[in-house]
Design a protein around this ligand. Structure first.
Ligand code: CU
Length: 558
Protein backbone atom coordinates (compact mmCIF):
# COMPACT_ATOMS: atom_id res chain seq x y z
CA UNK A 1 0.00 0.00 0.00
CA UNK A 2 1.35 3.40 -0.94
CA UNK A 3 2.02 5.87 1.81
CA UNK A 4 1.49 9.60 1.87
CA UNK A 5 4.42 11.89 2.52
CA UNK A 6 4.24 14.00 5.66
CA UNK A 7 4.68 17.65 4.70
CA UNK A 8 8.02 18.86 6.05
CA UNK A 9 7.99 21.73 8.50
CA UNK A 10 9.65 24.61 6.69
CA UNK A 11 9.51 28.31 7.31
CA UNK A 12 7.11 29.98 4.91
CA UNK A 13 9.79 32.26 3.54
CA UNK A 14 12.03 29.37 2.52
CA UNK A 15 9.05 27.50 1.26
CA UNK A 16 8.25 30.11 -1.35
CA UNK A 17 11.85 30.33 -2.44
CA UNK A 18 12.11 26.57 -2.66
CA UNK A 19 8.96 25.75 -4.49
CA UNK A 20 6.95 28.38 -6.17
CA UNK A 21 7.82 30.99 -8.74
CA UNK A 22 5.31 33.64 -7.71
CA UNK A 23 6.59 35.97 -10.41
CA UNK A 24 5.60 33.50 -13.09
CA UNK A 25 2.07 33.11 -11.74
CA UNK A 26 1.78 36.88 -11.36
CA UNK A 27 2.81 37.39 -14.98
CA UNK A 28 0.24 34.90 -16.29
CA UNK A 29 -2.44 36.34 -14.05
CA UNK A 30 -1.90 39.90 -15.24
CA UNK A 31 -2.28 38.87 -18.89
CA UNK A 32 -5.36 36.82 -17.97
CA UNK A 33 -6.98 39.75 -16.17
CA UNK A 34 -6.27 42.21 -18.98
CA UNK A 35 -7.87 39.76 -21.41
CA UNK A 36 -10.91 39.31 -19.19
CA UNK A 37 -11.29 43.07 -18.95
CA UNK A 38 -11.12 43.58 -22.72
CA UNK A 39 -13.56 40.75 -23.33
CA UNK A 40 -16.04 41.96 -20.74
CA UNK A 41 -16.11 45.47 -22.24
CA UNK A 42 -16.93 43.95 -25.64
CA UNK A 43 -19.61 41.85 -23.94
CA UNK A 44 -21.28 44.99 -22.65
CA UNK A 45 -21.61 46.36 -26.19
CA UNK A 46 -23.22 43.12 -27.36
CA UNK A 47 -25.67 43.15 -24.48
CA UNK A 48 -26.60 46.76 -25.19
CA UNK A 49 -26.99 45.94 -28.87
CA UNK A 50 -29.52 43.22 -27.99
CA UNK A 51 -31.41 45.79 -25.94
CA UNK A 52 -31.57 48.04 -29.01
CA UNK A 53 -28.75 50.44 -28.10
CA UNK A 54 -26.35 50.63 -31.01
CA UNK A 55 -23.02 52.10 -29.93
CA UNK A 56 -20.97 50.86 -32.87
CA UNK A 57 -21.05 54.05 -34.93
CA UNK A 58 -19.53 55.87 -31.96
CA UNK A 59 -17.00 53.09 -31.39
CA UNK A 60 -15.91 53.01 -35.03
CA UNK A 61 -12.38 54.30 -34.47
CA UNK A 62 -11.74 51.30 -32.19
CA UNK A 63 -14.31 48.64 -33.03
CA UNK A 64 -15.68 48.51 -36.57
CA UNK A 65 -18.65 46.26 -36.07
CA UNK A 66 -20.73 44.05 -33.82
CA UNK A 67 -18.93 41.07 -35.28
CA UNK A 68 -15.48 42.39 -34.55
CA UNK A 69 -16.55 43.00 -30.95
CA UNK A 70 -18.08 39.53 -30.76
CA UNK A 71 -14.86 37.95 -32.04
CA UNK A 72 -12.73 39.83 -29.53
CA UNK A 73 -15.19 38.96 -26.75
CA UNK A 74 -15.02 35.24 -27.53
CA UNK A 75 -11.27 35.03 -28.12
CA UNK A 76 -10.34 37.02 -25.02
CA UNK A 77 -12.83 35.51 -22.59
CA UNK A 78 -13.06 31.90 -23.72
CA UNK A 79 -9.50 31.34 -24.92
CA UNK A 80 -7.10 33.88 -23.42
CA UNK A 81 -8.38 34.70 -19.91
CA UNK A 82 -8.80 31.01 -19.14
CA UNK A 83 -5.65 29.61 -20.76
CA UNK A 84 -3.37 32.17 -19.14
CA UNK A 85 -5.05 31.77 -15.76
CA UNK A 86 -4.67 27.98 -15.91
CA UNK A 87 -1.07 28.12 -17.12
CA UNK A 88 -0.20 30.34 -14.15
CA UNK A 89 -2.32 28.61 -11.51
CA UNK A 90 -1.79 24.89 -12.05
CA UNK A 91 2.03 24.97 -12.11
CA UNK A 92 1.83 26.84 -8.78
CA UNK A 93 -0.49 24.16 -7.39
CA UNK A 94 1.82 21.46 -8.76
CA UNK A 95 4.95 22.88 -7.13
CA UNK A 96 3.19 23.52 -3.87
CA UNK A 97 1.70 20.03 -3.86
CA UNK A 98 4.95 18.20 -4.71
CA UNK A 99 6.97 20.57 -2.53
CA UNK A 100 9.52 21.17 -5.22
CA UNK A 101 10.08 23.80 -7.91
CA UNK A 102 9.20 23.21 -11.55
CA UNK A 103 11.73 21.06 -13.38
CA UNK A 104 12.89 23.99 -15.48
CA UNK A 105 12.46 27.62 -14.58
CA UNK A 106 13.80 28.62 -17.98
CA UNK A 107 11.26 26.42 -19.76
CA UNK A 108 8.50 27.89 -17.59
CA UNK A 109 9.38 31.46 -18.52
CA UNK A 110 10.04 30.44 -22.11
CA UNK A 111 6.49 29.05 -22.32
CA UNK A 112 5.10 32.28 -20.94
CA UNK A 113 7.05 34.44 -23.39
CA UNK A 114 5.98 32.23 -26.31
CA UNK A 115 2.33 32.39 -25.29
CA UNK A 116 2.47 36.15 -24.81
CA UNK A 117 4.18 36.62 -28.19
CA UNK A 118 1.50 34.45 -29.82
CA UNK A 119 -1.24 36.42 -28.12
CA UNK A 120 0.17 39.76 -29.27
CA UNK A 121 0.57 38.41 -32.79
CA UNK A 122 -3.08 37.29 -32.89
CA UNK A 123 -4.19 40.54 -31.27
CA UNK A 124 -2.95 42.73 -34.12
CA UNK A 125 -5.38 41.44 -36.80
CA UNK A 126 -8.14 41.23 -34.19
CA UNK A 127 -7.76 44.93 -33.45
CA UNK A 128 -7.30 45.96 -37.09
CA UNK A 129 -10.47 44.06 -38.06
CA UNK A 130 -8.55 41.54 -40.16
CA UNK A 131 -9.59 38.51 -38.13
CA UNK A 132 -13.32 38.99 -37.56
CA UNK A 133 -13.99 35.27 -37.84
CA UNK A 134 -15.30 34.64 -34.28
CA UNK A 135 -13.59 32.42 -31.81
CA UNK A 136 -14.40 29.25 -33.78
CA UNK A 137 -12.83 30.75 -36.95
CA UNK A 138 -14.73 28.50 -39.36
CA UNK A 139 -13.42 28.63 -42.91
CA UNK A 140 -14.16 29.60 -45.61
CA UNK A 141 -14.04 32.87 -43.67
CA UNK A 142 -10.38 33.75 -43.86
CA UNK A 143 -8.48 35.83 -41.33
CA UNK A 144 -4.98 37.24 -41.53
CA UNK A 145 -2.29 34.56 -41.17
CA UNK A 146 -1.04 36.30 -38.02
CA UNK A 147 -4.24 35.32 -36.21
CA UNK A 148 -3.76 31.60 -36.90
CA UNK A 149 -0.01 31.62 -36.28
CA UNK A 150 -0.45 33.59 -33.05
CA UNK A 151 -3.09 31.26 -31.62
CA UNK A 152 -0.97 28.26 -32.63
CA UNK A 153 1.96 29.66 -30.66
CA UNK A 154 -0.30 29.96 -27.61
CA UNK A 155 -1.23 26.29 -27.97
CA UNK A 156 2.42 25.28 -28.38
CA UNK A 157 3.16 27.27 -25.21
CA UNK A 158 0.61 25.18 -23.30
CA UNK A 159 2.34 22.01 -24.52
CA UNK A 160 5.58 23.31 -23.03
CA UNK A 161 3.74 23.82 -19.73
CA UNK A 162 2.65 20.17 -19.94
CA UNK A 163 6.23 19.14 -20.61
CA UNK A 164 7.45 21.06 -17.58
CA UNK A 165 4.78 19.53 -15.33
CA UNK A 166 5.61 16.05 -16.64
CA UNK A 167 9.35 16.56 -16.02
CA UNK A 168 8.58 17.86 -12.55
CA UNK A 169 6.46 14.82 -11.84
CA UNK A 170 9.19 12.50 -13.15
CA UNK A 171 11.85 13.96 -10.89
CA UNK A 172 9.47 13.80 -7.93
CA UNK A 173 8.71 10.18 -8.77
CA UNK A 174 12.42 9.32 -8.79
CA UNK A 175 12.71 10.64 -5.24
CA UNK A 176 9.46 9.07 -4.05
CA UNK A 177 9.12 5.72 -5.85
CA UNK A 178 6.63 4.36 -3.31
CA UNK A 179 4.47 7.39 -2.62
CA UNK A 180 1.04 8.09 -3.94
CA UNK A 181 1.14 11.24 -6.10
CA UNK A 182 -0.63 13.97 -4.10
CA UNK A 183 -4.10 14.74 -5.39
CA UNK A 184 -3.50 18.40 -6.44
CA UNK A 185 -0.45 17.41 -8.49
CA UNK A 186 -2.31 14.45 -9.97
CA UNK A 187 -5.14 16.74 -11.07
CA UNK A 188 -2.82 19.40 -12.50
CA UNK A 189 -0.94 16.84 -14.54
CA UNK A 190 -4.14 15.10 -15.70
CA UNK A 191 -5.62 18.42 -16.83
CA UNK A 192 -2.63 19.42 -18.94
CA UNK A 193 -2.16 15.90 -20.31
CA UNK A 194 -5.80 15.75 -21.39
CA UNK A 195 -5.47 19.17 -23.04
CA UNK A 196 -2.26 18.27 -24.85
CA UNK A 197 -3.95 15.25 -26.45
CA UNK A 198 -7.15 17.13 -27.23
CA UNK A 199 -5.37 20.11 -28.78
CA UNK A 200 -3.83 17.92 -31.49
CA UNK A 201 -7.00 18.51 -33.54
CA UNK A 202 -6.71 22.27 -33.59
CA UNK A 203 -2.96 22.00 -34.14
CA UNK A 204 -3.55 19.85 -37.22
CA UNK A 205 -6.21 22.27 -38.48
CA UNK A 206 -3.83 25.20 -38.07
CA UNK A 207 -0.66 23.61 -39.40
CA UNK A 208 -2.06 21.69 -42.37
CA UNK A 209 -5.02 23.85 -43.37
CA UNK A 210 -5.42 27.35 -42.00
CA UNK A 211 -1.84 28.61 -41.89
CA UNK A 212 -0.77 27.46 -45.40
CA UNK A 213 -4.11 28.68 -46.77
CA UNK A 214 -3.96 32.10 -45.12
CA UNK A 215 -0.39 32.50 -46.38
CA UNK A 216 -1.50 31.67 -49.93
CA UNK A 217 0.64 28.52 -50.07
CA UNK A 218 -2.44 26.47 -50.97
CA UNK A 219 -5.41 27.76 -52.92
CA UNK A 220 -8.34 26.19 -51.16
CA UNK A 221 -9.71 24.77 -47.98
CA UNK A 222 -12.60 22.65 -46.80
CA UNK A 223 -15.19 23.75 -44.28
CA UNK A 224 -16.19 20.30 -43.06
CA UNK A 225 -12.67 18.99 -42.52
CA UNK A 226 -11.79 22.15 -40.60
CA UNK A 227 -14.88 21.79 -38.41
CA UNK A 228 -14.10 18.15 -37.60
CA UNK A 229 -10.55 19.06 -36.54
CA UNK A 230 -11.74 22.15 -34.69
CA UNK A 231 -14.33 20.26 -32.61
CA UNK A 232 -11.83 17.49 -31.90
CA UNK A 233 -10.36 20.19 -29.64
CA UNK A 234 -13.35 22.49 -29.23
CA UNK A 235 -15.33 20.35 -26.83
CA UNK A 236 -12.43 19.11 -24.68
CA UNK A 237 -11.30 22.72 -24.34
CA UNK A 238 -14.26 23.26 -22.04
CA UNK A 239 -12.87 20.52 -19.79
CA UNK A 240 -9.46 22.16 -19.93
CA UNK A 241 -11.20 25.26 -18.56
CA UNK A 242 -13.43 23.37 -16.14
CA UNK A 243 -10.95 20.94 -14.56
CA UNK A 244 -8.92 23.67 -12.80
CA UNK A 245 -12.22 24.88 -11.30
CA UNK A 246 -12.97 21.31 -10.21
CA UNK A 247 -9.45 21.08 -8.79
CA UNK A 248 -10.17 24.12 -6.65
CA UNK A 249 -13.51 22.64 -5.53
CA UNK A 250 -11.77 19.40 -4.56
CA UNK A 251 -8.51 20.48 -2.98
CA UNK A 252 -9.11 24.01 -1.65
CA UNK A 253 -12.85 24.56 -1.18
CA UNK A 254 -13.56 21.82 1.43
CA UNK A 255 -11.05 23.37 3.85
CA UNK A 256 -12.21 26.89 3.03
CA UNK A 257 -15.71 25.69 3.92
CA UNK A 258 -14.49 24.33 7.25
CA UNK A 259 -14.69 20.67 6.29
CA UNK A 260 -12.81 17.86 4.60
CA UNK A 261 -12.79 16.35 1.14
CA UNK A 262 -15.20 13.44 1.20
CA UNK A 263 -13.24 11.08 -1.04
CA UNK A 264 -9.78 11.44 -2.54
CA UNK A 265 -10.00 8.15 -4.55
CA UNK A 266 -13.34 9.12 -6.10
CA UNK A 267 -11.81 12.45 -7.14
CA UNK A 268 -8.99 10.58 -8.87
CA UNK A 269 -11.47 8.34 -10.68
CA UNK A 270 -13.32 11.44 -11.90
CA UNK A 271 -10.15 13.00 -13.32
CA UNK A 272 -9.11 9.74 -14.99
CA UNK A 273 -12.54 9.58 -16.61
CA UNK A 274 -12.05 13.13 -17.91
CA UNK A 275 -8.62 12.20 -19.21
CA UNK A 276 -10.08 9.26 -21.11
CA UNK A 277 -13.49 10.56 -22.18
CA UNK A 278 -13.06 14.29 -22.88
CA UNK A 279 -12.00 13.98 -26.51
CA UNK A 280 -13.95 11.30 -28.44
CA UNK A 281 -17.16 13.34 -28.59
CA UNK A 282 -16.75 16.43 -30.78
CA UNK A 283 -19.46 15.41 -33.27
CA UNK A 284 -22.10 16.59 -30.81
CA UNK A 285 -21.28 20.02 -32.21
CA UNK A 286 -21.85 18.67 -35.72
CA UNK A 287 -25.16 16.84 -35.47
CA UNK A 288 -26.45 18.87 -38.41
CA UNK A 289 -23.28 18.54 -40.53
CA UNK A 290 -23.46 16.40 -43.67
CA UNK A 291 -21.11 13.53 -44.60
CA UNK A 292 -20.45 12.40 -41.01
CA UNK A 293 -22.39 9.15 -40.55
CA UNK A 294 -25.40 9.18 -38.22
CA UNK A 295 -23.99 6.13 -36.43
CA UNK A 296 -20.79 7.99 -35.56
CA UNK A 297 -22.79 10.95 -34.35
CA UNK A 298 -24.60 8.52 -32.08
CA UNK A 299 -21.28 7.15 -30.77
CA UNK A 300 -20.16 10.68 -29.92
CA UNK A 301 -23.50 11.37 -28.22
CA UNK A 302 -22.97 8.27 -26.06
CA UNK A 303 -19.49 9.44 -25.05
CA UNK A 304 -20.91 12.87 -24.28
CA UNK A 305 -23.38 11.30 -21.87
CA UNK A 306 -20.54 9.19 -20.44
CA UNK A 307 -18.43 12.25 -19.65
CA UNK A 308 -21.39 13.65 -17.71
CA UNK A 309 -20.76 11.03 -15.02
CA UNK A 310 -17.45 12.36 -13.68
CA UNK A 311 -19.20 15.72 -13.34
CA UNK A 312 -22.02 14.06 -11.39
CA UNK A 313 -19.38 12.34 -9.22
CA UNK A 314 -17.77 15.72 -8.66
CA UNK A 315 -21.09 17.18 -7.64
CA UNK A 316 -21.66 14.36 -5.15
CA UNK A 317 -18.11 14.41 -3.78
CA UNK A 318 -17.80 18.19 -3.44
CA UNK A 319 -21.38 18.41 -2.13
CA UNK A 320 -20.58 15.86 0.59
CA UNK A 321 -17.38 17.77 1.41
CA UNK A 322 -19.31 21.02 1.76
CA UNK A 323 -21.80 19.22 3.96
CA UNK A 324 -18.97 18.13 6.26
CA UNK A 325 -18.02 21.82 6.49
CA UNK A 326 -21.59 23.02 7.10
CA UNK A 327 -22.12 20.41 9.83
CA UNK A 328 -18.76 21.12 11.48
CA UNK A 329 -19.93 24.72 11.72
CA UNK A 330 -23.07 23.71 13.57
CA UNK A 331 -25.37 23.12 10.60
CA UNK A 332 -28.24 20.69 11.17
CA UNK A 333 -30.99 19.06 9.21
CA UNK A 334 -31.22 17.60 5.74
CA UNK A 335 -30.45 20.80 3.81
CA UNK A 336 -29.98 23.55 6.39
CA UNK A 337 -26.27 22.82 6.83
CA UNK A 338 -25.96 24.64 3.51
CA UNK A 339 -26.84 27.95 5.15
CA UNK A 340 -24.01 27.47 7.69
CA UNK A 341 -21.26 27.47 5.08
CA UNK A 342 -18.86 30.40 5.55
CA UNK A 343 -20.78 32.70 3.20
CA UNK A 344 -18.74 35.65 4.42
CA UNK A 345 -15.65 34.30 2.62
CA UNK A 346 -15.71 35.56 -0.99
CA UNK A 347 -13.71 32.55 -2.20
CA UNK A 348 -16.40 30.24 -0.82
CA UNK A 349 -19.32 32.39 -1.99
CA UNK A 350 -17.96 32.61 -5.55
CA UNK A 351 -17.27 28.91 -5.84
CA UNK A 352 -20.49 27.65 -4.27
CA UNK A 353 -22.56 30.04 -6.40
CA UNK A 354 -20.60 28.86 -9.44
CA UNK A 355 -21.40 25.24 -8.56
CA UNK A 356 -25.10 25.87 -8.08
CA UNK A 357 -25.32 27.75 -11.38
CA UNK A 358 -23.37 25.00 -13.07
CA UNK A 359 -26.02 22.43 -12.15
CA UNK A 360 -28.35 24.14 -14.63
CA UNK A 361 -25.58 24.34 -17.21
CA UNK A 362 -25.03 20.60 -16.86
CA UNK A 363 -28.70 19.80 -17.38
CA UNK A 364 -28.75 22.05 -20.46
CA UNK A 365 -25.67 20.22 -21.71
CA UNK A 366 -27.56 16.93 -21.68
CA UNK A 367 -30.19 18.53 -23.90
CA UNK A 368 -27.51 19.75 -26.32
CA UNK A 369 -25.99 16.28 -26.41
CA UNK A 370 -29.24 14.56 -27.41
CA UNK A 371 -29.43 14.42 -31.21
CA UNK A 372 -33.17 15.06 -31.45
CA UNK A 373 -33.37 17.75 -28.76
CA UNK A 374 -30.27 19.44 -30.13
CA UNK A 375 -32.04 19.99 -33.45
CA UNK A 376 -34.34 22.38 -31.63
CA UNK A 377 -31.62 24.44 -29.96
CA UNK A 378 -28.77 24.12 -32.48
CA UNK A 379 -27.27 27.50 -33.42
CA UNK A 380 -29.86 29.38 -31.39
CA UNK A 381 -29.34 31.80 -28.51
CA UNK A 382 -29.95 28.81 -26.20
CA UNK A 383 -26.33 27.75 -26.79
CA UNK A 384 -25.09 31.20 -25.80
CA UNK A 385 -27.14 30.95 -22.61
CA UNK A 386 -25.62 27.53 -22.00
CA UNK A 387 -22.02 28.57 -22.42
CA UNK A 388 -22.48 31.57 -20.17
CA UNK A 389 -23.60 29.20 -17.38
CA UNK A 390 -20.61 26.97 -17.97
CA UNK A 391 -17.61 28.99 -19.16
CA UNK A 392 -18.75 32.39 -17.91
CA UNK A 393 -19.97 31.21 -14.50
CA UNK A 394 -18.85 27.74 -13.41
CA UNK A 395 -15.38 28.52 -14.73
CA UNK A 396 -15.06 32.30 -14.54
CA UNK A 397 -16.78 32.85 -11.19
CA UNK A 398 -14.68 30.05 -9.69
CA UNK A 399 -11.48 31.61 -11.06
CA UNK A 400 -12.59 34.95 -9.60
CA UNK A 401 -13.11 33.23 -6.25
CA UNK A 402 -9.61 31.77 -6.50
CA UNK A 403 -8.09 35.18 -7.23
CA UNK A 404 -9.70 36.55 -4.06
CA UNK A 405 -7.17 34.49 -2.06
CA UNK A 406 -4.50 34.08 -4.74
CA UNK A 407 -3.88 37.76 -5.47
CA UNK A 408 -3.34 38.56 -1.74
CA UNK A 409 -0.88 35.64 -1.54
CA UNK A 410 1.02 36.60 -4.69
CA UNK A 411 1.18 40.33 -3.99
CA UNK A 412 1.63 40.12 -0.21
CA UNK A 413 -1.34 42.38 0.49
CA UNK A 414 -4.75 41.97 2.06
CA UNK A 415 -7.81 41.76 -0.11
CA UNK A 416 -8.87 45.38 -0.47
CA UNK A 417 -12.52 44.79 0.37
CA UNK A 418 -14.14 41.54 1.42
CA UNK A 419 -17.63 43.04 1.30
CA UNK A 420 -17.17 44.35 -2.20
CA UNK A 421 -16.00 40.89 -3.25
CA UNK A 422 -19.09 39.29 -1.72
CA UNK A 423 -21.36 41.81 -3.41
CA UNK A 424 -19.58 41.15 -6.70
CA UNK A 425 -20.16 37.39 -6.45
CA UNK A 426 -23.88 37.75 -5.75
CA UNK A 427 -24.37 40.40 -8.42
CA UNK A 428 -22.69 38.09 -10.94
CA UNK A 429 -24.95 35.18 -10.01
CA UNK A 430 -28.05 37.39 -10.12
CA UNK A 431 -27.10 39.02 -13.42
CA UNK A 432 -26.38 35.63 -14.94
CA UNK A 433 -29.77 34.34 -13.85
CA UNK A 434 -31.48 37.04 -15.93
CA UNK A 435 -28.98 36.97 -18.80
CA UNK A 436 -28.80 33.24 -19.22
CA UNK A 437 -32.47 32.55 -18.64
CA UNK A 438 -33.53 35.03 -21.30
CA UNK A 439 -31.06 33.61 -23.83
CA UNK A 440 -32.23 30.05 -23.19
CA UNK A 441 -35.85 31.10 -23.53
CA UNK A 442 -35.43 33.17 -26.68
CA UNK A 443 -33.34 30.36 -28.16
CA UNK A 444 -36.31 28.05 -27.74
CA UNK A 445 -38.33 30.68 -29.62
CA UNK A 446 -35.85 30.28 -32.48
CA UNK A 447 -33.63 33.34 -32.19
CA UNK A 448 -30.27 32.56 -33.86
CA UNK A 449 -26.91 33.01 -32.23
CA UNK A 450 -23.82 34.71 -33.76
CA UNK A 451 -26.08 37.38 -35.21
CA UNK A 452 -26.40 41.12 -34.79
CA UNK A 453 -30.03 40.51 -34.05
CA UNK A 454 -31.02 44.17 -33.58
CA UNK A 455 -30.52 44.67 -37.31
CA UNK A 456 -32.28 41.49 -38.43
CA UNK A 457 -35.38 41.90 -40.58
CA UNK A 458 -36.99 38.77 -39.18
CA UNK A 459 -37.23 39.63 -35.48
CA UNK A 460 -40.27 37.97 -33.95
CA UNK A 461 -42.36 40.11 -31.59
CA UNK A 462 -41.99 37.54 -28.79
CA UNK A 463 -38.18 37.92 -28.90
CA UNK A 464 -38.19 41.60 -27.98
CA UNK A 465 -38.85 41.17 -24.30
CA UNK A 466 -36.06 38.59 -23.94
CA UNK A 467 -33.63 40.70 -25.97
CA UNK A 468 -34.23 43.55 -23.54
CA UNK A 469 -33.72 41.22 -20.56
CA UNK A 470 -30.47 39.95 -22.11
CA UNK A 471 -29.26 43.54 -22.30
CA UNK A 472 -30.24 44.21 -18.68
CA UNK A 473 -28.57 40.99 -17.49
CA UNK A 474 -25.46 41.89 -19.48
CA UNK A 475 -25.28 45.31 -17.84
CA UNK A 476 -25.58 43.76 -14.37
CA UNK A 477 -22.75 41.36 -15.25
CA UNK A 478 -20.67 44.28 -16.46
CA UNK A 479 -21.18 46.11 -13.16
CA UNK A 480 -20.12 43.00 -11.27
CA UNK A 481 -17.01 42.64 -13.45
CA UNK A 482 -16.03 46.28 -12.85
CA UNK A 483 -16.38 45.81 -9.08
CA UNK A 484 -14.16 42.77 -9.43
CA UNK A 485 -11.44 44.64 -11.31
CA UNK A 486 -11.62 47.58 -8.90
CA UNK A 487 -11.10 45.27 -5.95
CA UNK A 488 -8.31 43.27 -7.57
CA UNK A 489 -6.38 46.29 -8.84
CA UNK A 490 -6.61 48.03 -5.45
CA UNK A 491 -5.53 44.79 -3.77
CA UNK A 492 -2.47 44.64 -5.99
CA UNK A 493 -1.51 48.27 -5.54
CA UNK A 494 -2.69 50.09 -2.41
CA UNK A 495 -4.15 47.53 -0.01
CA UNK A 496 -2.50 46.98 3.38
CA UNK A 497 0.66 44.88 3.23
CA UNK A 498 0.27 41.48 4.84
CA UNK A 499 2.18 38.25 4.33
CA UNK A 500 -0.39 35.66 3.35
CA UNK A 501 0.31 31.95 3.30
CA UNK A 502 -0.79 29.72 0.50
CA UNK A 503 -3.93 28.04 1.82
CA UNK A 504 -3.37 24.46 2.86
CA UNK A 505 -4.89 21.68 0.82
CA UNK A 506 -7.99 20.07 2.25
CA UNK A 507 -7.66 16.87 4.27
CA UNK A 508 -9.71 13.96 3.04
CA UNK A 509 -12.18 11.82 4.98
CA UNK A 510 -11.16 8.95 2.71
CA UNK A 511 -7.55 9.67 1.81
CA UNK A 512 -5.17 8.70 -0.98
CA UNK A 513 -4.15 5.50 0.85
CA UNK A 514 -7.66 4.19 0.12
CA UNK A 515 -7.30 4.55 -3.62
CA UNK A 516 -6.15 1.55 -5.65
CA UNK A 517 -2.67 1.75 -7.18
CA UNK A 518 -3.85 1.29 -10.74
CA UNK A 519 -5.31 4.80 -10.71
CA UNK A 520 -1.75 6.14 -10.79
CA UNK A 521 -0.75 4.11 -13.86
CA UNK A 522 -0.77 6.80 -16.48
CA UNK A 523 0.17 4.45 -19.33
CA UNK A 524 -2.99 2.38 -19.04
CA UNK A 525 -5.28 5.40 -19.05
CA UNK A 526 -3.47 7.14 -21.88
CA UNK A 527 -3.73 3.96 -23.94
CA UNK A 528 -7.45 3.62 -23.23
CA UNK A 529 -7.96 7.30 -24.09
CA UNK A 530 -6.05 6.99 -27.37
CA UNK A 531 -8.02 3.85 -28.22
CA UNK A 532 -11.37 5.57 -27.72
CA UNK A 533 -10.27 8.52 -29.87
CA UNK A 534 -9.20 6.11 -32.59
CA UNK A 535 -12.58 4.37 -32.52
CA UNK A 536 -14.60 7.58 -32.40
CA UNK A 537 -12.66 9.57 -35.00
CA UNK A 538 -10.61 7.04 -37.00
CA UNK A 539 -13.11 5.91 -39.65
CA UNK A 540 -14.56 9.38 -40.31
CA UNK A 541 -11.16 11.08 -40.44
CA UNK A 542 -9.86 8.37 -42.76
CA UNK A 543 -12.83 8.82 -45.10
CA UNK A 544 -12.45 12.60 -45.08
CA UNK A 545 -8.71 12.37 -45.72
CA UNK A 546 -9.35 10.14 -48.73
CA UNK A 547 -12.16 12.14 -50.31
CA UNK A 548 -11.85 15.80 -49.32
CA UNK A 549 -10.99 18.19 -52.11
CA UNK A 550 -9.64 21.41 -50.70
CA UNK A 551 -11.29 23.69 -53.20
CA UNK A 552 -13.01 26.46 -51.28
CA UNK A 553 -11.52 29.93 -51.66
CA UNK A 554 -11.39 32.28 -48.70
CA UNK A 555 -14.02 34.91 -48.01
CA UNK A 556 -14.00 38.15 -46.15
CA UNK A 557 -17.63 38.54 -45.14
CA UNK A 558 -17.11 41.42 -42.73
CU1 CU B 1 -19.46 20.28 -26.55
Amino acid sequence: MATVAEPPIVQKQTLELLWADFGLTRAYLIVALVALFGGVVMGLFQGLDHAGINLYPKLAPIIQSYYQGLTIHGVLNVLVWTTFFISGFLPLVMTYSLERPLASRRLAWGSFVLMLAGLLMAAVPLVTNDATVMFTFYPPMRASWAFYVGLTLVVVGTWLVTLNLALTYRSWRRDHPENRIPLPAFMSLATFTMWSIASLGIAAEMLFMMIPWSLGMVAGTDALMARVLFWFTGHPIVYFLLLPAYLSWYVFLPRQAGGRLYSDPLARVAFIMFLVLSTPLGFHHQFTDPVIGEGWKFVHAVFTFAVFFPSLMTFFNVGASLESGGRARGGRGFVWWFSRLPWGDPAVACQVLAMVTFAFGGIGGLINASVNLDLLVHNTAWIVGHLHLTVATAVTLTYMGITYWLVPVLWGRELWSRRLALAQAWIWAFGMLIFSHSLHAVGLEGMPRRTMIRAATYIQPEWRHYMMLTGIGGCILFVSAMLYFLNIVLTMTVSRRAERDMPEFADAISGPADSPDFLDRWKIWLTVGAGLILIAYGPTLYRLLMHTTYDSPGFRVW
